[in-house]
Design a protein around this ligand. Structure first.
Ligand code: ADP
Length: 624
């Protein structure tokens, strides 16, 4: 935990303070030093002393008379010079012949120079050094760095202790671990590689979506190899002044060389490693380019045989400068993907070791429900579950805690104080059952596991949770169409029952449109366009925003086709629900009263009303 620190005053504040003290010293204190006290007196006092012949020394200048008396010659007096024509006579009478030489001794010019300039500057520098050292200590390794060393980097480069982090702490990600094992082995036995003349890659690039354990893997490599772990984020190289980033890179490599063998981990390398502009108007991001150039130079320059291995992580591999990826630099690319079902279960189990878990927790069920979650999200789910257990005053985590935490991560916390009116609650119940029923009535759709109309902090007034029984990597055209139909199911139910539509379907509309568009532009699932890529996907890991890659005419046609696809699925859902109005009604009523129903309850009620319907039909047939 970070210590709470009182807000720090800027360094300039301390410098100003020192400057002020020195000014006072120079202009007020120093002039006083070594100068005898001079008392101002009346001209009468001077006349009196002259008459009584008590004067010791006298100095007459154009404006004043300075003098001392016999009894206390170290005391000086001064008085204004009157228009006194007998002054010289008086002085002669008093026995004073020399009244032109200065009587107050001036400081020697060397001492004066020393006192007023050399000593203050010396104190100033010493104090400055002491202050900046004190500040650095207070700010810790992440502080401002040495303020006096402008132009030198003030990189906050930590050597982290990775002791205790092993590959076993990283669940799943077997391929990545396998690729990294070689590096660990090299750090253990460099001779083995040297003998045969093999050189280990200088750098490896960990590529994957956020939260998949890239940092954890890099730490595990250092932990397995028992070597120091330097960690710095790409954004820390980005500095306000041109050249500072490059200086940081130099510093990093210097430190790493001193500590070799070691692992240097650069997170978010895309911040400095972005493709450099090639166009004629490469409006300058000089700082970033210089930093990148310095990184490239350092990577070429250092001797991999010393055992400095650079691991970098990014979730935008497509934006990296090709120069970074060429052999001899980050030539190894290690994919760190989102975990599959088995991976998710393993990650849950690894993190579950850190909390007290009840006996009959079924991790595979949780892993199934958390489809698409990253390692970081799964770790968060375990923690959420533990927090929930504490909230209800239990000593251990149960299956229900974990189930709730999956929902928290997917849909946010339950919003206890959100009051829905009865009418709204009924609409939401029909809307959710509309989705679930359309999903269940289509063979290809996954069965629902849970439906709830308890509002969540994410803004959802209710939701239907579908869990795929098996891991799905491919989706058929029919499955995508069914999914779109399921998305439209909520709105269809509202329309059928209340004959009015609400804003509740906005997210469904967005999802359905996205899927329909992707079918046409990316998956080649339309007769009109066939297998032609009409969109390019920007980043495979970060949401996959697509940009059109076709003429405006085709784009208009795509829009029309998307509308057709969604409309067709809407009609299909409408047909299904119209044919099952009884089930729709009984399920929605049940949900309205119970607020949450499980997949089993849903299927029971569905089958029950289906059976009673078919019984009724049979009776009707026999009566005819
Ligand atoms: P990234 O660097 O890919 O964004 P991190 O390595 O920082 O992700 O992961 C964040 C946290 O998520 C880790 O500290 C760890 O607790 C958890 N985590 C992620 N992936 C895994 C995994 N494969 N096994 C165990 N824990 C994981």
């Amino acid at each position: 935990m970070n210590k709470v620190q009182t807000p720090k005053k800027p360094l300039i504040f301390y410098y100003l303070m020192v400057l002020l003290i020195l000014t006072v010293f120079n202009f007020i204190v120093t002039p006083q030093l070594g100068r005898p006290k001079v008392q101002e007196v009346d001209y009468g006092v001077f006349l009196d002393m002259a008459e009584k012949k008590e004067l010791n020394q006298v100095q007459v200048t154009s404006g004043e008379i300075v003098f001392s008396d016999n009894s206390t010659p170290e005391n000086y007096y001064k008085t204004g010079r009157m228009d006194d024509i007998f002054l010289v006579d008086r002085l002669y009478d008093a026995g004073i012949k020399d009244f032109g030489t200065p009587i107050i001794k001036q400081m020697s010019p060397i001492v004066s120079l020393l006192l007023s300039w050399v000593v203050p500057i010396f104190i100033f520098v010493i104090l400055g050094q002491l202050l900046s050292r004190y500040m650095m200590k207070k700010m810790g390794p992440g502080g401002m760095g040495n303020a006096m060393s402008f132009g030198k980097s003030n990189a906050k480069i930590y050597v982290q202790s990775t002791d205790g982090i092993r590959f076993s702490d990283v669940a799943g990600e077997d391929e990545a671990k396998e690729l990294l094992t070689e590096i660990v082995d090299y750090l253990h036995n460099p001779e083995k590689y040297a003998q045969i003349g093999a050189s280990i890659p200088k750098g490896a690039l960990l590529v994957g979506p956020p939260g998949t354990g890239k940092t954890l893997l890099a730490k595990a490599v250092a932990g397995e190899a028992h070597v120091p772990f330097f960690s710095i984020s790409g954004s820390e190289f980005v500095e306000m002044f041109v050249g500072m980033g490059a200086a940081k890179v130099r510093d990093l490599f210097k430190q790493a060389n001193e500590k070799a063998p070691c692992i240097v981990f650069i997170d978010e390398i895309d911040t400095i490693g972005k493709k450099r502009d090639s166009g004629p108007i490469s409006g300058g991001n000089d700082e970033r380019e210089q930093t990148l150039n310095q990184l490239l130079t350092e990577m070429d320059g250092f001797d991999a045989k010393k055992g400095v291995i650079i691991l970098a992580a990014t979730n935008r591999p497509e934006s990296l400068d090709p120069a970074l990826l060429r052999p001899g630099r980050f030539d190894r690319r290690i994919p760190v993907e989102l975990p599959d079902l088995k991976g998710r279960e393993e990650i849950l189990k690894v993190h579950a070791k850190k909390v007290k878990i009840g006996d009959n927790v079924d991790f595979s069920a949780i892993a199934k429900a958390a489809a698409g979650a990253s390692g970081a999200e799964l770790a968060n789910m375990i923690n959420e579950a533990a927090l929930r257990a504490v909230r209800v005053g239990r000593q251990y985590v149960t299956q229900a805690d974990l189930e709730e935490s999956v929902e928290v991560v997917i849909a946010g916390y339950q919003k206890k104080n959100k009051i829905l009116s009865d009418k709204e609650k009924m609409i939401v119940a029909y809307h959710e059952i509309g989705h679930a029923l359309v999903a269940a009535l289509q063979n290809h759709s996954a069965p629902v596991t849970k439906i709830t109309i308890i509002p969540r902090t994410s803004g959802a007034l209710g939701y239907t949770m579908q869990v795929e029984q098996d891991e799905h990597n491919l989706m058929s055209k029919a499955e995508i169409e069914n999914k779109i139909a399921t998305y439209t199911g909520g709105r269809v139910a509202e329309q059928l029952i209340f004959d009015s539509i609400t804003t509740g379907a906005s997210n469904d509309i967005e999802q359905a449109t996205k899927l329909a568009r992707a079918m046409i532009t990316r998956f080649g699932m339309s007769d009109e366009f066939g297998m032609v890529a009409l969109e390019t996907v920007g980043n495979q890991y970060l949401g996959g925003d697509a940009s059109l890659a076709c003429s405006p005419e085709i784009s208009a046609e795509i829009d029309r086709k998307v509308i057709d696809v969604v409309k067709a699925q809407y009609n299909k859902a409408e047909g299904l629900l119209k044919a099952h109005m009884k089930e729709l009604n009984s399920l929605a009523q049940y949900l309205y009263y119970h607020e949450t129903i499980t997949g089993e309850e849903f299927m029971d009620i569905l089958n029950e009303s289906k059976n009673s319907e078919s019984e009724g039909q049979e009776q009707g047939e026999s009566l005819n």
